[in-house]
Design a protein around this ligand. Structure first.
Ligand SMILES: *Cc1c(COP(=O)(O)O)cnc(C)c1O
Length: 389
């Protein structure tokens, strides 16, 4: 039985070109980019500089504004905690975020609350949209930072980031966006968006795991997150993950150059499943109904009385890898905070499934997912005490 991997919002496979570009940096080019007094190190330094330039170009940033990190989570932690700690010195100890952020943001905010910061968690509407006017209304004289994600990892909502950034600029408040799900899926141009900081992670767009970027606009100065050597202009210490960084920049270039085509292909797959699921009985589609405001690869739906974990297990028996709406990875049975934030009752949130496509998926696979759902959903419901036809 062939595996059908449709959990690309969790991670993606490294593409062949990316792997090939990375390979020399594990062996032949083994130097430390900081050891520039001999050619082995100089070669590594040049590869690092080239990767930074390519990354900057793909985002319409300057090379000096690109900081490589160990993952998207680190980039988010640095932006949020580093800015909060910098602004606290000016008496600004208030932060604004949304209630549907990734835990990298939410748990960073919670850590700051324990240190005495105050955080406003903005609500979202039933499709997961943050309203720019809510951001405006929440800003106070002591607001240090606003952080709102560019696209949601569970329900695919694409937030009005340029409008929110405009509000923040007008009010003189720094703005960060977690663009980990957006980069490689929709256009991301830091200048057009007008953001001060932006996070991304390579493994979400067919790059390697364990490498990310924090874009920091020139003039913005979060407190260093890692202290040590002089790497990353003394702002993020630690010997660079050169193979990972080369992989990230290669994957980013491929994703950005082929974005229109990729997005068209992915949305075809998404729409096959969305259309199919929408026609099934007792189903609610989660996230935006306007598909232009939804990530091209995201499907999320609740199947009344069919518990998410049971659906996943039965799909797994058919070789299909998907994701449910609950935070089972953390060992908790709480339903997803995102699904609760869009107003789903607990019992519906528990019956949710996320299917997220990637470049390696095919139309046949999308159809196979539909057929599997037709089979699996009624089976799970039959066994459910909550199901009465
Ligand atoms: C995956 C993800 C992250 C975390 O990135 P890692 O590189 O896995 O640490 C942060 N935010 C969002 C929206 C994500 O989807």
């Amino acid at each position: 039985m062939a595996t059908i991997y449709v959990d690309n919002a969790a991670t993606t496979p490294v593409s062949r070109e990316v792997l090939e570009a990375m390979t020399p940096y594990f062996s032949e080019v083994y130097g430390n980019p900081s050891s520039i007094f001999y050619s082995v190190g100089e070669q590594a330094r040049q590869a690092l500089d080239a990767a930074r330039e390519r990354t900057a170009r793909a985002l319409n940033a300057e090379p000096g504004e690109i900081y490589f990190t160990s993952c998207g989570t680190e980039a988010d932690n640095w932006a949020v905690k580093g800015t909060a700690r910098r602004m606290a010195a000016q008496g600004k100890k208030h932060l604004i975020t949304s209630s549907i952020e990734h835990h990298a943001i939410l748990h960073s905010m919670a850590a700051l609350e324990r240190e005495g910061f105050e955080v406003t968690y903005l609500p979202v509407d039933a499709e997961g949209f943050v309203r720019p006017e809510d951001v405006d209304a929440a800003i106070r004289p002591d607001t240090a930072l606003v952080s709102i994600m560019m696209a949601n990892n569970e329900i695919g909502t694409i937030e009005p980031i340029a409008e929110i950034a405009e509000v923040c600029r007008r009010r003189g408040v720094l703005f960060h966006t977690d663009a980990v799900q957006a980069v490689g899926a929709i256009p991301v141009d830091v200048k057009a968006l007008g953001v001060d900081m932006l996070s991304l992670s390579a493994h979400k767009f067919n790059g390697p795991k364990g490498v990310g970027v924090l874009y920091i606009r020139r003039g913005v100065n979060p407190v260093n997150f890692m202290d040590g050597g002089a790497q990353e202009k003394r702002r993020r210490a630690g010997t660079e993950n050169l193979a990972g960084i080369v992989g990230l920049s290669t994957a980013l270039e491929i994703a950005v150059n082929g974005l229109a085509e990729k997005s068209k292909r992915l949305s075809e797959l998404r729409d096959i499943v969305l259309d199919h699921v929408a026609a099934m009985p007792k189903v609610k589609i989660n996230g935006p109904l306007d598909r232009s405001k939804r990530l091209p690869n995201n499907v999320n739906a609740s199947f009344e009385a069919a518990e998410g974990e049971s659906l996943l297990l039965m799909l797994d028996m058919k070789g299909i890898c998907a994701s449910s709406g609950s935070a089972c990875a953390s060992g908790s049975l709480d339903p997803s905070h995102v699904l609760l934030a869009i107003g789903l009752p607990h019992e519906i949130a528990h019956c949710s499934l996320r299917i997220s496509f990637g470049v390696q998926n095919t139309v046949e696979e999308a159809r196979a997912v539909c057929a599997a759902l037709d089979e699996v959903v009624p089976k799970v419901r039959e066994r459910s005490p909550l199901w009465n036809e």
